[in-house]
Design a protein around this ligand. Structure first.
Ligand code: ANZ
Ligand code: ZN
Ligand code: ZN
Length: 541
């Protein structure tokens, strides 16, 4: 017996045998039970790393196990081959993203083959090839048809010097990765979204069916969906009009002693117009536009705000309450405005203490003496019995939540409401290396989907790759100019492209769920869509 394991000889021999026999090639076979073993396709970053080896070894064991048990196992492999690193490499080394990507694929495929994984290589797919991305485009058209793909304005990270959109990674620390002396600003652009929020309730409900999943992962998913039940209410403005807020605690409405708007809220600037606060508000809003969001919403970040000079009326007490703008309110959640209840919300409490705003206790902890607002050391965020709440006095929080919701509804100034943290998925990118979005803009017909028979919309190859100045595709006139499929007039193609992969925005610094995802250098966090960190931290620690 020779000493040691001669991997070169043994593995080559068997791999050759598997190849000759097409051992892992599968075709439909109704006589055998099916098994589909799919692992996440790698991003062709250059070389296979140990993370890939671990991941794909696990999949390989599963596939072989089911094969041995007589299943007809489909075990495919492919390449998640669109993405920003290819463009970056092209820019740095002067290679075309397609060349860079294909070279990497060839190298990594050879490495995976040497590992002897049981893939059916005859079914290999590469998502930057038209025969693959035409289906991507076909899906997009189906989603568009059903109203599940739509356009709306949304803020993006923007560098004035690059004249282009930056990913969260490229905007780290609030400055441009290429111009570290240039602050990144938030700019509103028309973008494409997929309406995943339409499935929030279904996703949440069906988590119950994933009984084989670790509870930790299910909690993570639940937090990502982030369902909150409460109410929406209108606070009328002294100057006419109203501000809508979302609250999970309508039972504390009698304790709302001020309001707070997100700096991006359309009323932030207009309410202060003509008041002595105008300049103050404008400079605060501008500063917040430049502030890093993760830091802005971190529970430990100091609460910072400015008075708008305007007042609203508390709909139940009819008291006149001041309207502020502050860093910890985000425009994308709820309505971008809150009623502040400093006695029962810690963020509001910190803000009230800092700026000397009134604090009124309206919930008494069960079986404990009534605390005085002035003596509180922190907000009491739990449930209890309603006090200082007129006709609701004595009700439990649970009763109050319903009663106040109903009373708002009767008065026509609110209703019970549900809010989700999950956001629609922003898929457009002002870059080159991705699936072209199959849409045409016509001055007469508006947004016209590319007819199915014209798919795929091919990504042109001879493009000058620049990292600045907007989408490189927009400068390829041959690509951009097209006849409108509806009326035949000259029209223009969509030039933002579909993001290559799902890159989730980053969570706050140091979040335990920030991890480096397999096969890419993108740090992503499942909790990143959360804005209120206390619950995130509590459930996730
Ligand atoms: C008044 C109130 C009183 C609140 C109270 C809480 C406790 P979750 O549970 O995470 O959904 N809020 C609403 N919109 C916001 C925004 N755009 N940015 C930051 N905070 C926002 O949180 C819902 C609560 O977060 C809402 O309920 C609101 O504060 C705040 F004793 O309203 B609450
Ligand atoms: Zn820049
Ligand atoms: Zn037309």
């Amino acid at each position: 017996m020779p000493s040691g394991y001669d991997c070169d000889a043994i593995e080559k021999k068997w791999q050759r045998r598997w190849d000759e026999r097409r051992s892992f090639a599968v075709t439909e076979d109704p006589t055998r039970p099916k098994y589909y073993c799919l692992e996440m396709y790698p991003y062709p970053s250059g070389k296979i790393h140990m993370g890939h080896v671990r991941n794909y070894s696990i999949g390989d064991v599963v596939a072989r196990y089911f094969t041995m048990r007589g299943f007809n196992v489909l075990h495919p492999m492919g390449w998640d081959a669109f993405g920003f690193p290819a463009e970056n490499a092209a820019f740095e080394h002067g290679v075309h993203p397609a060349t860079w990507t294909k070279d990497n694929i060839a190298y990594m495929r050879a490495q995976l083959r040497r590992m002897g994984f049981s893939y059916d290589w005859e079914r290999e797919v590469t998502c930057c090839e038209p025969d693959y991305y035409r289906w991507n485009q076909w899906f997009f058209l189906k989603l568009l048809e059903r109203g599940l793909a739509y356009r709306k304005k949304a803020p993006v990270n923007w560098c004035e010097r690059c004249q282009s959109v930056l990913s969260n990674e490229q905007a780290e620390g609030g400055v441009c990765w290429r111009h570290t002396d240039t602050p990144v600003i938030q700019k509103e652009l028309e973008q494409w979204f997929l309406k995943i929020t339409a499935y929030a309730e279904e996703l949440l409900r069906d988590l119950e069916r994933l009984t084989g999943w670790p509870e930790r992962v299910r909690v993570m998913q639940r937090n990502w969906i982030g369902k909150s039940v409460g109410a929406e209410a209108e606070f009328s403005l002294e100057a006419g009009g109203a501000i809508r807020i979302f609250t999970t605690r309508p039972d504390t409405l009698y304790g709302a002693t001020f309001m707070v708007l997100a700096p991006e809220h359309p009323l932030a600037l207009s309410l202060s117009a003509g008041t002595p606060e105008q300049a103050n508000v404008a400079s605060f809003v501008e500063r917040m536009r430049r502030a890093e969001r993760a830091v802005r919403v971190d529970a430990t970040t100091e609460k910072e705000g400015v008075f708008t000079g305007a007042y609203a009326l508390n709909p139940l007490t009819h008291e006149r309450i001041p309207i502020w703008v502050a860093n910890f309110i985000l425009m994308e959640y709820g309505t971008g405005a809150i009623m502040a209840v400093p006695a029962h919300d810690q963020r509001d409490f910190e803000m009230a203490r800092k700026y000397g705003l009134p604090i009124r206790v309206v919930i008494q902890p069960m079986g404990e003496p009534l605390p005085e607002g002035d003596c509180l050391e922190a907000a009491y965020e739990g449930d209890g019995q309603m006090v200082n709440s007129a006709s609701c006095n004595g009700m439990s929080s649970q009763e109050g939540i319903l009663a106040v919701g109903d009373s708002l509804e009767e008065q026509g100034i609110g209703k019970r409401a549900v809010n989700y943290r999950i956001r629609d998925w922003l898929i457009s990118r002002q870059r080159y290396w991705g699936t072209p979005i199959p849409v045409i803009y016509c001055e007469v017909c508006g947004v016209v989907p590319v007819p199915e028979r014209d798919l795929p919309v091919i990504l042109p190859q001879d493009v000058a790759i620049t990292l600045s100045g907007g989408s490189p595709l927009a400068r390829v006139e041959r690509f951009v100019q097209v006849a409108c499929p509806a009326c035949g007039r000259p029209a223009r193609r969509e030039t933002t492209r579909r993001r290559g992969r799902w890159i989730r925005p980053r969570c706050r610094p140091g979040c335990p769920w920030t991890s480096t995802s397999e096969g890419s250098s993108t740090r992503s966090c499942i909790s990143s869509t959360r804005v209120s960190l206390p619950r995130c931290a509590a459930t996730w620690a």
